[in-house]
Design a protein around this ligand. Structure first.
Ligand SMILES: Cc1cc2nc3c(=O)[nH]c(=O)nc-3n(C[C@H](O)[C@H](O)[C@H](O)COP(=O)(O)O)c2cc1C
Length: 187
């Protein structure tokens, strides 16, 4: 396992279409989810939960997405519907991070949503530390209420994103990172 600092310094996303199998084992998935649940959480509200899509579950989710897409885009060509069906099919494992907020006298909704973001990032980092590629993606279907209903989210739940996880099929290209001089000021 790489040194934590080295890992964080070089981590980059891997595109799902550049992933293949195997995905994490059952034990590794437990580790990833456990780390996803170990995040700052003001008020101990646990304002997030995880949905695991593996195997056929990825295709069933794709069918939910494609059915909503087809209903809302009745003239869409079959090829576009096929793309929607395969939205979660590239990586062997996809984890949906669900975010929900509750009224709280001291913890505004933003803090609860940020905690879900921290969960998503911990999942990305844990998968990367285990040697897998990971990518945090959304897309229209992550915001569409009918899709979310079809995936089993409750009316007050939102999706912080889908974390796609698999074995990189080639080295991932990095991208330029912001210069600290552009983003850091001293008060
Ligand atoms: C909430 C969230 C949603 C994202 N959704 C998408 C997306 O739908 N499509 C996309 O190409 N990148 C999306 N990204 C960006 C990728 O996760 C990733 O940051 C980007 O590919 C660059 O990778 P890296 O900086 O992690 O190496 C999203 C990022 C966040 C934080």
């Amino acid at each position: 396992m790489p040194d934590a600092l080295e890992l964080l310094k070089i981590r980059r996303s891997v595109k799902p279409r550049e992933m293949t199998g195997p995905g994490p084992s059952a034990d590794e998935l437990d580790t990833i989810l456990t780390i996803g649940a170990r995040v700052p959480d003001h008020g101990k509200l646990t304002p997030w939960r995880f949905i695991v899509f593996e195997g056929d579950g990825r295709l069933r989710a794709g069918e939910v997405i494609a059915t909503v897409f087809e209903r809302k885009n009745p003239s869409a060509p079959a090829a576009d519907i096929e793309i929607e069906k395969r939205r979660l099919m590239d990586a062997p494992l996809v984890i949906g991070v669900v975010s929900f907020t509750r009224p709280h006298p001291k913890v505004p909704a933003l803090e609860q949503e940020l905690s879900a973001g921290a969960s998503a990032m911990n999942i990305v980092n844990a998968a990367t530390a285990l040697g897998y590629g990971a990518c945090w993606l959304t897309g229209w279907f992550a915001f569409d209420r009918d899709v979310l209903d079809g995936l089993g989210l409750k009316a007050d739940e939102k999706l912080a994103g889908f974390i796609h996880i698999g074995t990189p099929s080639k080295p991932a290209e990095d991208r330029p990172r912001p210069a600290l001089s552009d983003i850091v000021t001293r008060f």
